[in-house]
Design a protein around this ligand. Structure first.
Ligand code: FAD
Length: 399
């Protein structure tokens, strides 16, 4: 299918309706209370309940499994709006989206039937877990293992780190080694679908220590998962028997779409920072005129607006290419790199424009300034994106 390169930002009627609905939801239900949840680091349960009612946990899940069956582009537009409201809200759906993607792309029919309908409604929410205390970027260095202990059963042991939605999720997609001697290591990795009781800090074979205290990205919990002989049935290997040894490849595939998702979150943050800067700079006066009229500030606004537009275009281009079935690894990396850096830069510029008030908890930009850097780290740091982008450029352009 051809990709219309001149219309990346154009929306279908359905996309217009749904993004407008989510924008109103963010304006009415998220933005007014985000500060309160952030300051208490409290999970935004009432907002999540409303998101369930709006069907936002099933956006990309096929209709036959109870979802909306929408494409990645529409999903990215929705995520932008949620993240514009508060990045933590997009964090609640982010790992869920990756879990749904893993099931839709690699799951057996039984796994899809078992999980997707309840995931589409948000009855169970998903997390994914690659990182460990000593390993983040270098995923092949993970140490957690799963051992087959009976014909139809495995036991997982090892420590996982930084699991977003680690406590309240009902299902976690966990990457472990099933063949620690494999060379290269990635060939010995398998993804297990681990079901657990949402909110239970201790179940047989799994302990979840208290949530990690963070600079920003509050409300949504990030936790360790300490596995010690956690039992998983053989039919919970993602993809069934053929999934053994495929975990790394499956996870990397999911992270590629995840990068579009993180890029969309960056666009939402960059958008909100610009809105706040535009408003404040026209209200605040210094040296006899609104600060927006001072050229140094006007230029900052210009840079912020340009960054935002470029970030949005890169993100929608990567999403549309993926939807059209085209190779988009390079584009997803570029979108994630640029949009996350744009979010951080816009947050900082907006904070500067707010002067002393930007440093006050009375103003939304103080929270955004603490939230934005997460995007530089999650799902591959900026350095890792540059490694991916450089490698793909060289692959596509051999001499
Ligand atoms: C709030 C939060 C939520 C998260 N949620 C999840 C989650 O749900 N699931 C999950 O599995 N993980 C999650 N993570 C983990 C995240 O994916 C990792 O933190 C990230 O991949 C970086 O890994 P690291 O922290 O181990 O840093 P390291 O890999 O130790 O990197 C440290 C620094 O070295 C740089 N670096 C590393 N290798 C290279 C290289 N080859 N060349 C140049 N520079 C390099 C990095 O860019 C970085 O600047 C989360 C992290 C945070 C902070």
């Amino acid at each position: 299918m051809a990709v219309a390169t001149d219309t990346y930002t154009e929306k279908t009627d359905e996309q217009k309706a749904i993004t407008e609905m989510v924008r109103q939801f963010a304006d009415n239900e998220i933005i007014p209370v985000a500060e309160e949840y952030d300051s208490e680091d409290k999970f935004p349960e009432p907002i999540v309940e409303q998101m369930k009612e709006l069907g936002l946990f099933g956006v990309t899940i096929p209709e036959e499994h109870g979802g909306m069956g929408l494409d990645l582009t529409t999903y990215a537009m929705i995520v932008e709006e949620l993240s514009r409201g508060w990045i933590s809200i997009s964090g609640v759906v982010n790992t869920h989206f990756i879990g749904s993607y893993l099931l839709m792309k690699f799951g057996t029919d039984e796994q899809k039937d078992h999980f997707l309908p309840r995931m589409a409604t948000g009855e169970i929410r998903a997390a994914f877990s690659l990182s460990e205390p000593e390993v983040g970027s270098d995923v092949q260095g993970i140490k957690s293992t799963a051992k087959r202990v009976a014909e139809d059963e495995w036991e997982i042991s090892g420590q996982k780190m930084w699991v977003t939605n680690g406590l309240l999720s009902g299902v976690v997609f966990v990457l472990v080694k099933t063949d620690p001697k494999a060379d290269p290591p990635y060939k010995g990795m398998t993804c297990f679908i681990c079901e657990k009781e949402p909110g239970a800090a201790e179940v047989p074979g799994l302990r979840i220590p208290p949530k990690i205290r963070k600079m920003g990205y509050k409300g949504v919990e990030s936790t360790e998962l300490v596995f010690d002989g956690f039992k998983v049935a053989d039919d919970r290997v993602l993809g069934g028997p053929e999934g053994i040894g495929q975990g790394f490849v499956q996870m990397m595939d999911a992270l590629e779409v995840g990068r579009v998702n993180v890029a969309a979150r960056g666009v939402g943050v960059a958008q909100r920072a610009l809105e706040l800067a535009l408003r404040y700079s026209q209200q605040r006066k210094a040296f006899g005129k609104p600060i927006a009229q001072h050229q140094a500030i006007t230029f900052k606004l210009a840079e912020m607006g340009t960054r935002l537009e470029a970030a949005r275009l890169l993100t929608l281009k990567a999403a549309r290419m993926k939807d059209a079935g085209e190779r988009s690894d390079l584009e997803a990396g570029m979108a994630k790199l640029f949009a996350s850096e744009a979010a951080r830069a816009n947050a900082e510029d907006a904070l500067r424009i707010h002067g002393g008030y930007g440093y006050s908890k009375e103003y939304e930009i103080e929270r955004i300034y603490r939230d934005a850097p997460l995007l530089l780290i999650g799902e591959g740091t900026s350095e890792i994106q540059k490694m991916v982008i450089g490698k793909k450029l060289l692959e596509r352009n051999p001499i």
